[in-house]
Design a protein around this ligand. Structure first.
Ligand SMILES: Cc1cc2nc3c(=O)[nH]c(=O)nc-3n(C[C@H](O)[C@H](O)[C@H](O)COP(=O)(O)OP(=O)(O)OC[C@H]3O[C@@H](n4cnc5c(N)ncnc54)[C@H](O)[C@@H]3O)c2cc1C
Length: 372
């Protein structure tokens, strides 16, 4: 069986590791000159979005033999609204590095792969599908799925971020929901060492938002982050992504082509998490190729998760700054705080988004959202 994997990132490498473990050696094509050849950034995974699975890294290791070492666990998530700041405590997930850093998740996966990776590849899909029995599309964006008429784009978003230096606690990320500065969007501070963190904002490209001045928005947010962290954060690297497509493929597999990672639609529209789903889709595609499971069946819960996350996105957009202040202030209430900490902890099996779905849908209908 000749299998080509297009893209040596989270999903492509997870697919390769699984195939190799069961005796199939794929041919891996990577466009860049090495794995993770892009900006270094901090990312995170939060267990509450991956239920009923509890601890996502333990699950990947024990169930699928994929080993990933994070930079730290998330022990506290500091939440900022326009006028309030509060926190959620407990084992909530993990922080990790991405990109061209030896400890990045993709570099860790590369070390688990035995097959030689063909770097600087300029092969097109059309060529590979002629030369191979199967092609796994793992290129990290929706472009091929879109070209093949296999992608439903639900929204596009703008992302602007920077690596900043300062003093950080490696287990305390921060999140901001401040619509006065980032309308309908959010921002994160994700530390990946005691002195480096990723500061990033993201918002949906709705007509009112497209008119906004991204640089001005960034300056306002950066100033706010410096004030609230009481630090003069120094920017050492920057990145900007505009019109990033968020959506999901219509079919996870068409004939002999598999769509994995962001080609599948791994990035959740709610808050932009996609690493865990990327690894899972890579592993599941390998299981299908090995006759160990059906890709279409295995990915069904991922489609469900995506749709829950889309409802979350609409729900978040239908809140305003006063709603956010109220939510964040409630986290200070001892009883509520205790419940939230328990529900969100990675020990809980409660399917957070599924349980909230009826309420979010009601709220979205009430607010006249386009997606019910
Ligand atoms: C700024 C930003 C922040 C994020 N933060 C988080 C976060 O905090 N938590 C989280 O869970 N998720 C986060 N995500 C999403 C997550 O990073 C992605 O969902 C995940 O990396 C997708 O994995 P992948 O395998 O599809 O793509 P990647 O891991 O990006 O790999 C794609 C690979 O394919 C290669 N490639 C591209 N085109 C070709 C081609 N034609 N031929 C051969 N190779 C090709 C690329 O060079 C790359 O190596 C974030 C995404 C962005 C953009």
């Amino acid at each position: 069986m000749k299998v080509a994997i297009m893209g040596a990132g989270m999903s492509g490498l997870s697919c390769a590791i699984t195939l190799e473990k069961h005796g199939v050696e794929p041919v891996i094509f990577e466009k860049r000159r090495c794995v993770g050849d892009r900006f270094v950034n901090g990312e995170a995974t939060f267990s509450m979005f991956n239920r009923p699975i509890g601890d996502e890294l333990k699950y990947l290791k024990e169930k699928h033999g994929i080993h990933l070492i994070p930079t730290d666990v998330v022990n506290k998530l500091v939440v900022h609204s326009k006028n309030e700041t509060s926190s959620i405590d407990g084992s909530l997930g993990y922080l990790n590095i991405r990109g061209r850093h030896e400890k990045s998740y993709e570099c860790q996966l590369e070390r688990q792969v035995k097959t030689k990776i063909n770097f600087n590849s300029d092969y097109e899909y059309q060529q590979l599908i002629k030369d191979f029995d199967y092609v796994v599309l793992a290129t990290g964006d929706a472009e091929y799925a879109l070209r093949l008429g296999n992608f439903r784009c639900d929204l596009t978003c703008t992302i602007k971020g920077a690596t900043v230096t300062g003093e950080f606690l490696t287990n305390f990320p921060h999140v901001w929901f401040n619509y006065e500065i980032i309308p309908k969007g959010y921002a994160w501070l994700l530390p990946f060492s005691e002195t480096e963190a990723n500061l990033v904002l993201a918002y949906p490209d709705y007509p009112d938002n497209i008119k906004l001045d991204l640089d001005k928005m960034w300056e306002s947010f950066y100033g706010l982050a410096c004030r609230q962290l009481d630090q003069n954060l120094k920017v050492t690297d920057r990145f900007e992504i505009t019109r990033y497509m968020m959506g999901i493929c219509k079919n996870p597999k068409i004939n002999n082509t598999y769509f994995v990672g962001n080609c599948f639609g791994a990035m959740s529209p709610g808050l932009g998490f996609g690493q865990f789903t990327s690894v899972l889709t890579g592993v599941y595609a390998a299981y299908d190729l090995l006759n160990m499971g059906s890709y279409c069946e295995l990915t069904k819960p991922l489609f469900e998760n995506f749709n829950h996350s889309l409802a979350l996105r609409r729900f978040l957009e239908n809140l305003n700054d006063s709603n956010w202040d109220l939510i964040v202030k409630s986290l200070d209430n001892k009883v509520l705080d205790g419940i939230v900490d328990k529900v969100i902890s990675n020990k809980s099996r409660i399917q957070f988004l599924k349980a909230l779905l009826p309420f979010m849908k009601l709220w979205n209908v009430f607010k006249g959202s386009r997606v019910k």
